[in-house]
Design a protein around this ligand. Structure first.
Ligand SMILES: Cc1ncc(COP(=O)(O)O)c(C=O)c1O
Length: 371
């Protein structure tokens, strides 16, 4: 493992070990392990944090997307517009409910769905759109919402990488008909195992998702429609409740680290992620751009600095999805970005010494005339 690992979820556990251990013991001793007071309290606390009416804890972020889509009325055969520069999970969730993904290109600045693409891709089968707030940067929801509403599309936001991100002071997750969050351990709000949530301002959608996550039950042992088993675990909810009060401070620390990286890099050798006016990114990942990312990553690895690429292969080029979905033949921005991006370590527990070493390495690489 490099001296400065690319990700370090254990460091976050250790930084709040006492409170997390106490929360786990409290849950174990409660005798209630499925859908008890921890999940219910977390659902209330997370909806308050986001400024939405309802939150439903589920098993993971992929299920959250699938259940949110189902909850807003998407059924097998419906087309759902999304992007190909996301975690494969976004597309897996659409397929999980029998719907059909359609790929829109991204905007070079936001690296999120380009709203101009929506109309071009519409057919009579298109019923929903899943904008992904990628790398912690909000997608342009104002435009996406305006266009989608005119076209009668449901909106399900993929917020797996954007807990706490804002557009004009409003948190992402509160713009669409529903939104999905992941609490995978490395996320900005991460559990110590799998976890996810659907949030919505629409009571009927919340009620549908609540039933769907537990066998379609309207009451115990009575299923009103086919559902699944995808419940947020009591222990994970208790852990998330410990971490939630710190998320704004953690996100601010991420932005502070991002600013330091930015100061150390020289364009055009390395370009920092663009800043989008009116939005607050939560810097889930710091995704730099370089024409020579291979050399840059090899150099950083030699200095003991872990890096990664998110994602080396856009979804439409992955073996499971190649040649399958509409939109795949016109994604120039998506494809060009995938060749140049490199993610640097980005988590609040990075020490000052570690941040300084990363900055020094970036500066050296830029100054050494390597390109
Ligand atoms: C953009 C995006 N969507 C969805 C997911 C799915 O979340 P999970 O891994 O909790 O299923 C992830 C996380 O991997 C993600 O990054």
């Amino acid at each position: 493992m490099p001296a400065i690992p690319f990700a370090n979820p254990k460091a976050q556990y250790l930084s709040r070990k006492r409170e997390i251990d106490a929360a786990i013991v409290r849950t174990l001793e409660s005798g209630r392990y499925i859908l008890g007071t921890e999940v219910e309290s977390f659902e209330n606390e997370f909806s308050t944090f986001l400024g939405v009416r309802c939150c439903i804890g589920v098993g993971n972020g992929t299920d959250a997307l699938a259940l949110a889509l189902k909850g807003v009325g998407i059924t097998p055969g419906h087309e759902v517009i999304t992007v190909a520069n996301s975690a494969v999970a976004t597309v897996a969730a659409i397929e999980q409910i029998g719907a059909i993904p359609v790929f829109a290109d991204i905007d070079e600045q936001t690296r999120c769905l380009d709203p101009q693409e929506i109309e071009r891709l519409m057919t009579s089968r298109t019923k929903a759109i899943v904008p992904v707030h990628l790398f912690g940067q909000p997608a342009p929801m104002e435009e996406i919402t305006r266009i989608s509403r005119n076209l009668g599309l449901k909106i399900v936001e993929d917020c797996a990488q954007a807990h706490g991100a804002e557009i004009q002071g409003k948190r992402v997750g509160s713009f669409g008909d529903a939104a999905a969050f992941s609490f995978y351990p490395t996320k900005n709000l991460g559990a110590l195992g799998d976890g996810g949530a659907v949030v919505t301002n629409i009571i009927e959608v919340a009620e549908a998702v609540k039933r769907l996550r537990e066998y379609g039950w309207t009451e115990r042992y009575v299923s009103s429609r086919p559902g699944v088993n995808s419940r947020l675990d009591e222990i994970q909810a208790a852990i998330l409740r410990v971490k939630l009060p710190f998320i704004d401070a953690d996100n601010a620390r991420r932005r502070d680290i991002a600013q330091r990286y930015e100061g150390a890099m020289r364009a055009p050798k390395i370009t920092a992620p663009p800043r989008i006016p009116g939005t607050v990114s939560v810097m889930h990942l710091f995704v730099a751009k370089s024409e020579n990312r291979k050399d840059l990553s090899a150099y950083l690895e030699k200095q003991g600095i872990g890096t990664a690429v998110h994602y080396p292969m856009p979804i439409h080029q992955q073996p499971a999805y190649v040649n399958r979905f509409r939109g795949r033949d016109r994604l120039p921005c998506t494809e060009s970005l995938a060749e140049k991006i490199l993610s640097l370590p980005m988590y609040p527990e990075l020490t000052e010494i570690q941040v300084n070493s990363i900055c020094a390495a970036l500066k050296n690489w830029c100054e050494e005339g390597r390109d």
